[in-house]
Design a binder for this molecule. Sequence first.
Ligand SMILES: [Zn+2]
Length: 141
Amino acid sequence: VVAKDLEELEAERRRLYEDLSQIGDFQRGTIAENYRRCGKLNCCCGEADHPGHGPQYLLMTKVEGRSRAQNLRAGAELDKTRREVENQRRFRDLVQQIVAVNERICAGRPIEYSAAEIERARLKKKLPRSSRQRRRGKSSA
Ligand SMILES: [Zn+2]
């Protein structure tokens, strides 16, 4: 990774942080669409080809390992919750991208050896490779 790549990675990271700040409200969970049989005698939902009553929308969440289902009314409530759950997916996706770009930045960021470290290494004739390259690059320029 050369300095120019590092700058591009840093710019990419700034873009991702900017996107992150624009996500808006989000919450965990998935939305389930349920059809059910009411169990009443002679109700049409008892017939074999009947899909059951519904759809009923449920926000499924897991809190401390326990599943929870919360009823959502179709319309504004369902739409709002859909957006919030979708934003959570975007949040997770962005965080993964931010982790990935940060790891590439870490891998590409040169080590800043102190003068004392470089001198010690020189005396031991074990100068770290990256600082040797940097020194050679500077002296030839
Ligand atoms: Zn029924």
